[in-house]
Design a binder for this molecule. Structure first.
Ligand SMILES: *Cc1c(COP(=O)(O)O)cnc(C)c1O
Length: 390
């Protein structure tokens, strides 16, 4: 099938919820994709931060295939080795005490919301301390609860009634503090807001907030669905901000390409759940977990240093392009603010035509290249971007 055939079938049979770019991906190696017509693309997206080690990566592939050869699914009534191994690794790398596995970022956040509400219900003896404060311009997922948590008005149409108990604050300390009441059980935030433009939160705001939350026994939920698993140059972004979350959610890069989400519970929250409180059929699937184990095992100090250096290199180069207003981000999570002749969507479409995949995040161009992208691929991609931004 050529591209037009694929597109026609998509239009005919798939619910039109995605504003797709004009390319049908067929295969790839590393950070280079090939489309159905044989054209090659440098990948600065990792499939929105999912393909942590690119495509067709030998180590990841072998880990997954080995598990498929053993057992592909066992359900959560039984123990499996990849699931316990992954949980152990995640706890080692993050300092968490317990893990709950789901299948996506939204599910990880649903889990976090339930844990936060039960924590308060157990400790404060009623069901009234249930409010969660989230930030303007946040993105937490597409289920009804996580849509409600998402602090953007344009997500709050058509699907009401939305959940009770979410309050939105500006991303500054005073605004959050003003909204904390005796009904507040948690604050939930992304340390770098991904979907809305790679907005890095101010470090002082985050540390002040952490301290205040502790005083008030308000749980701090850090949504690391996008920032997690090495993306920012440390295994989890909270480690760059030197704070301690009470709950951490992650997904995207964790599975290296297979669907998995995790909700990590720290000292205050590790004992909140008991039998029957939560569950999912697929959560912690052994194949997804085996892939994830291979991803997390590779997030060494050396690799994290490499991610930081590659990120700095890319940001420095891009900052010199004349059409660029500023470059934000951390590690290999990069947001480019344009001077305004072209929209981010137009830039992404032109990059695509010239063999480079990039993402948008509101008015910014967003880059999330695979963690193991090569210098050659980086330079090739930057050359395309430079040409497009001329
Ligand atoms: C992508 C994302 C989600 C939602 O994850 P899904 O796997 O699409 O459900 C939640 N939070 C953040 C910060 C994200 O980037």
């Amino acid at each position: 099938m050529n591209f037009q055939d694929v597109k026609n079938k998509d239009t005919q049979f798939i619910a039109p919820t995605y504003n797709r770019f004009a390319v049908a991906i067929s295969k790839g190696v590393g950070s280079t994709f090939t489309d159905v017509e044989g054209k090659k693309y440098i990948d600065f997206t990792s499939g929105i931060g999912v393909n942590a080690f690119g495509v067709n990566d030998e180590i990841w592939k072998n880990a997954v295939i080995e598990q498929i050869d053993s057992v592909q699914h066992a359900c959560n009534l039984y123990y499996t080795l990849p699931q316990v191994r992954l949980a152990e690794l995640l706890c080692e790398k993050s300092g968490a005490k317990k893990v709950f596995f789901g299948n996506s970022g939204a599910e990880a956040n649903e889990c976090a919301i339930k844990v936060a509400r039960k924590y308060s219900a157990l400790k404060y003896g009623d069901e009234k301390r249930y409010e969660i404060i989230t930030l303007k311009n946040s993105f937490h997922g597409r289920t009804l609860a996580t849509l409600t948590a998402t602090g953007q008005d344009n997500f709050h149409k058509y699907f009401g009634p939305f959940l009770e108990g979410f309050v939105y604050a500006e991303p500054n300390f005073e605004s959050v503090k003003e909204r904390v009441t005796d009904k507040t059980c948690a604050v939930m935030l992304e340390l770098i807001q991904g979907e809305s433009g790679v907005n890095v939160l101010d470090k002082n705001f985050v540390t002040d907030l952490e301290k205040y939350c502790k005083e008030k026994d308000v749980l701090l939920i850090v949504d690391e669905v996008q920032t997690g698993n090495g993306r920012t140059g440390s295994v989890y972004a909270f480690q760059n901000f030197e704070i301690q979350p009470d709950i951490l959610t992650t997904a995207k890069g964790l599975g290296g390409g297979l669907p998995i989400g995790a909700c990590l519970l720290f000292d205050k929250t590790e004992t909140v759940f008991s039998f029957g409180d939560h569950g999912t059929t697929y959560g912690g699937n052994p194949v997804a977990c085996a892939g994830a184990v291979s991803v997390i095992e590779r997030l060494t100090d050396e690799l994290m240093e490499e991610v930081r250096q590659k990120g700095e290199y890319i940001r420095k180069k891009i900052a010199e392009f004349p059409a660029v207003e500023s470059v934000d981000g951390m590690g290999l999570m990069i947001g480019i603010k344009l001077k305004g002749e072209k929209t981010s969507r137009e830039v992404a479409e032109e990059c695509l035509k010239n063999g480079l995949l990039v993402l948008t995040a509101h008015e910014k161009v967003r880059l999330l290249p695979p963690l193991n992208i090569t210098k050659r691929e980086i330079d090739e991609g930057l050359k395309v971007l430079e040409g497009v931004l001329k």
